[in-house]
Design a protein around this ligand. Structure first.
Ligand SMILES: O=C(O)c1cc(=O)[nH]c(=O)n1[C@@H]1O[C@H](COP(=O)(O)O)[C@@H](O)[C@H]1O
Length: 239
């Protein structure tokens, strides 16, 4: 099982490989890991991931799989050779799909002789609020929907869920204490929310019980990314 001493993962959301490498080199001793998501992967694929992986730092490969169980199992099998520390699927893909992802990751890790990554289920995206759920025809508050999906993810064998800082307490109250809570929607005080609708500061998120916090633009678009990352780490180091 993966363990991280530093809970801050920086999202390298860029299609520019040189910029991602530059950020990875500058930030590798400050953050606990890097998250490589759809923008990076669609531009540079497995080769780009291998470039970043050379820094020997945990990688969260965030491709948010959401498909039939057989297809998701195949995708997990393919991505496992990149030795991810964390992988995402959408919890809304259902119990069989999540179970297929978790079982395949465990089988492949054993076949390859690597650690089993955390498979985490995305609940309600941090860019959505109650009004958006209503438009989608999803009944209930973000708390209720996140709690329902978190319970399903846990029952389906996932290691954790992705949720907004606001739903940390609700999720903790319905799930076992070992469930990992991977939390984006993090904004240091005074920074722009951008397209995120449910945000909190790094300190609040860790105090509420986040296992890992994901921060992208407040670090990568700062005039001093290393200084921005250090200040986040300092704000949570005594907690
Ligand atoms: O799965 C994720 O990582 C994720 C889920 C979610 O609900 N909200 C969310 O923002 N993310 C990711 O977390 C990162 C947040 O980036 P910033 O908003 O720039 O800090 C992005 O890479 C998103 O893809």
């Amino acid at each position: 099982m993966q363990r991280f001493t530093n809970p801050l993962f920086c999202a390298l959301d860029t299609g520019d490989l040189a910029q991602a490498i530059h950020l990875a080199d500058s930030l590798k001793d400050v953050v606990g890991g890097f998250k490589l998501g759809l923008e990076f992967f669609c531009a540079h694929g497995p080769h780009g991931v291998e470039e970043i992986a050379r820094r020997d730092i945990p990688l969260f490969i965030d491709l948010k799989f959401h498909d039939i169980p057989n297809t998701v199992a195949g995708a997990v099998r393919s991505v496992m050779r990149l030795n991810p520390a964390i992988l995402t699927v959408h919890a809304a893909g259902g119990a069989d799909m999540m179970r297929a992802a978790a079982d395949t990751a465990a089988d492949e890790a054993s076949r390859l002789g690597i650690k089993v990554p955390w498979i985490v289920g995305v609940t309600v995206l941090t860019s959505l609020d109650a009004g958006d759920l209503d438009v989608l025809g999803i009944e209930g508050s973000t708390h209720k929907v996140v709690a329902r999906l978190a319970r399903l993810a846990e029952k389906s064998g996932l290691d954790g869920v992705v949720c907004a800082p606001h739903e940390i307490s609700t999720t903790r109250s319905v799930a076992g204490r070992h469930l990992k809570l991977v939390v984006p929607g993090i904004r240091p005080r005074g920074s722009d929310s951008d397209d995120q609708k449910r945000v909190m500061t790094p300190k609040e998120a860790i105090e509420n019980g986040a296992t890992v916090i994901i921060v992208g633009r407040p670090i990568t678009r700062a005039s001093d990314p290393v200084g921005a990352a250090r200040s986040i780490v300092n704000s949570i180091s005594d907690l």
